[in-house]
Design a protein around this ligand. Structure first.
Ligand code: GLN
Length: 535
């Protein structure tokens, strides 16, 4: 397959319009029609990847199988499409420049002056076509981060303009996602901001082929006509994207609006078959008509920004829907929890999840939460730092290793039950010291996790520096904590459980990165079921 088609998604008027969801929804519709599709995100910031970004800045950092630390939109792509992404699916300006500068140092440019045009734009075009050139995809959808008009977006828009010219209109099209604000005082939808943002695109030589219009109210035919006339598109190419109750409604809305049809028509591809969204709709109807509800506390230090835990909250939607359970998440700040108030704050919950995280802030609150749920037999799932906190709590309060800790929090601790592996100790560069991406794990047959996964070998994604310290393995297991998952190559502990508890599981990896609409994650499913039993 050589003739890969390209769809670019740009954004206008404001940020946060949901380009990622529109891209994922379109991809889903094309996928269920039988096309093989992938989605790529280009981020115009200078960080090499979002791995070093504070979650308050940019939400969760999503990790792919190949260990790339990426934008959270890639999580949406995987959850919608049910196929893995990779490093090639997320490129930042930092990475583009790094690659061009590396080439310059190697002398690849043969003495030429290295410039934004053509060198940076060529690098962008290459990155865009990298996925297409694998021959695996009929269609590559590329989301351009940021908003048209931003200074840092300019080289990307120029790259899109050149690619459209090089590949031809039937092989590359542009969807512009824009906002149609509603002025309550005037009782009117306003098209002017969209006209301006399209004009801005046109000044860069790019004429959008399709407008997708975010709106709180339906667009009348006359508004669509006006938008079409002033933005130089056909009326059928003006697609309404009305606010949805859930992001999972958007593919259905886009199907009703015919977005996939106009895209296929423009790309000269067959649009005769109807997309079969039956599995998707089955998920949606269970999600919207739950028979039960559970209350789950999520203990984290970034709870003010829910995007910091995006994959976890989406995993609960997938798992909950599969069991017809509505999962109500109670966001609890770890800094507000103490040994004295933990009972008060947690007693009405059916289950507790202690979230991933880095650094010392809030960890004593997480440890208080673990102690309370362990002693009161409340279902518990600890993810990454959450698992590490469960080990520390057990060492301190069950074994009596006073002040046991992770060397991340207290390098001088006497009982370093969580610590760095020898091989990691001399590395200081913040990007590149972590155990990242997919690692194998072997499960013990007689365990909660085996019951959940129903298989002995699993592969899950990691993102952490510190590990369970095997020096304490015997002491910890003799006291009643079970090691139910181990990395077969390195013997690193990946999963801990407490058998003498209804459901107490801590995992060193991030199961939330692998949950999708069509494949709810078995651990989240088992945890949600345990919470229901405890309701
Ligand atoms: N801070 C811990 C570590 O680096 C846990 C990381 C995480 O929760 N993702 O090991």
């Amino acid at each position: 397959m050589n003739n890969t088609k390209y769809v670019f998604v740009t954004g206008g008027v404001t940020s946060s319009l949901g380009k990622g969801i529109i891209a994922a929804s379109l991809a889903k519709l094309l996928q269920v029609r039988g096309y093989s599709v992938t989605i790529q995100k280009l981020d115009p910031y200078i960080n090499i990847d979002p791995g070093t970004l504070n979650p308050y800045e940019h939400g969760e950092c999503y990790v792919t199988n190949d260990g790339a630390e990426t934008d959270l939109d890639l999580g949406h792509y995987e959850r919608f499409l049910n196929i893995p992404t990779s490093q090639a699916n997320n490129v930042t300006t930092g990475r583009i420049y790094q690659s061009v500068i590396d080439k310059e140092r190697r002398g690849d440019f043969l003495g030429k002056t290295v410039q934004v045009i053509p060198h940076i734009t060529n690098e962008i075009k290459e990155r865009i076509q990298l996925l297409g050139k694998t021959g695996k995809f009929d269609i590559v959808i590329t989301e351009i981060g940021g908003t048209v008009g931003d200074i840092e977006s300019l080289p990307y828009i120029e790259a899109v303009r050149q690619l459209e010219w090089e590949l031809g209109k039937e092989n590359a099209i542009v969807i512009h996602l824009t906002l149609i604000p509603y002025l309550a005082a005037a009782g009117e939808l306003k098209t002017k901001p969209t006209q301006h943002s399209v004009k801005m695109l046109m000044q860069s030589g790019v004429n959008p082929d399709i407008l997708v219009c975010r709106t709180e109210h339906h667009l009348s035919e006359s508004i669509k006509r006006k938008l079409a006339l002033f933005c130089n598109v056909k009326q059928e190419d003006v697609i309404e994207s009305i606010d949805a109750d859930t992001i999972y409604d958007v593919p259905v809305f886009m199907q009703n609006e015919g977005l996939d049809k106009v895209v296929l028509k423009k790309l000269n591809l067959n649009a005769d078959t109807e997309p079969d969204l039956s599995k998707w709709n089955n998920f949606l109807s269970k999600h919207k008509n739950p028979k039960h509800a559970v209350e789950i506390g999520l203990i984290g230090k970034y709870v003010e920004l829910k995007d910091a835990y995006k994959s976890i909250s989406e995993s609960f939607i997938h798992a909950g829907s599969s069991q017809e359970i509505k999962v109500n998440i109670h966001w609890i700040h770890s800094e507000e929890l103490t040994p004295t108030n933990a009972a008060e704050k947690l007693k009405n919950l059916n289950g507790v999840i202690v979230a991933p995280g880095f650094g010392e802030r809030g960890i004593e609150g997480k440890i208080s939460a673990v102690q309370y749920v362990r002693e009161n037999k409340i279902p518990f799932l600890g993810i990454c730092l959450g698992m590490q906190m469960a080990v520390i709590e057990f060492a301190r309060n069950v074994i009596g290793l006073k002040d046991a800790n992770s060397t991340e929090m207290n390098p001088a601790t006497e009982f370093s039950v969580i610590s760095l592996m020898e091989a990691q100790k001399n590395i200081s560069n913040m990007g590149g010291t972590m155990r990242l991406g997919a690692w194998d794990c072997k499960l013990s047959k007689n365990s909660k996790v085996y019951n959940a996964y129903q298989t002995e070998m699993i592969s899950e994604r990691h993102r952490h520096r510190y590990e369970f310290n095997n020096k304490y393995l015997d002491q910890i297991t003799n006291a009643g904590m079970k090691i139910s998952g181990i990395n077969p190559k390195t013997s690193l502990v990946e999963i801990i459980e407490i058998p003498d508890h209804p459901w107490f599981v801590g995992v060193q990896y991030h199961p939330e990165y692998k949950s999708t609409v069509l494949n709810p994650h078995p651990l989240f499913v088992a945890f949600v079921k345990a919470c229901l039993e405890n309701s």
